[in-house]
Design a protein around this ligand. Sequence first.
Ligand code: ZN
Length: 132
Amino acid sequence: MQVPRNWRLQKQRYSLIGEVCEHCGVKLFPPRDVCPECSHGAQTLYQFTGIGNIHSFSQVFDPPNGHIENTPFIVALIKLEEGPMITAQLTDIDIEQVEIGMEVEMVTRKMSDDGVEGMIVYGYKFRPPVVD
Ligand SMILES: [Zn+2]
């Protein structure tokens, strides 16, 4: 059987790479190589869609390590559609527009341009899906 391997490559840089536990099927992000559910090794790479929902959020006025220039900014706990919860900064949205349960999508941003590399550990932010 021929599996089309290349059709997604263009999208790959916009995607989250984590891991999947082949023992119990739990998907991990960020990658940690050991399944938190069953303690088996989990080193099989898994590509997340980058789509999730806002579980909670807060506005950061006093960030650690001197990230002053971009304050305040919004940090959200996001539940990915595959299950894992991750913390990430929101972008392209005002705090008044953020709602619990709102769907968001991952975007990659140049951390050096943002000057807040300490907060964006993995180089991504989340934003509301673009509506035409
Ligand atoms: Zn497992």
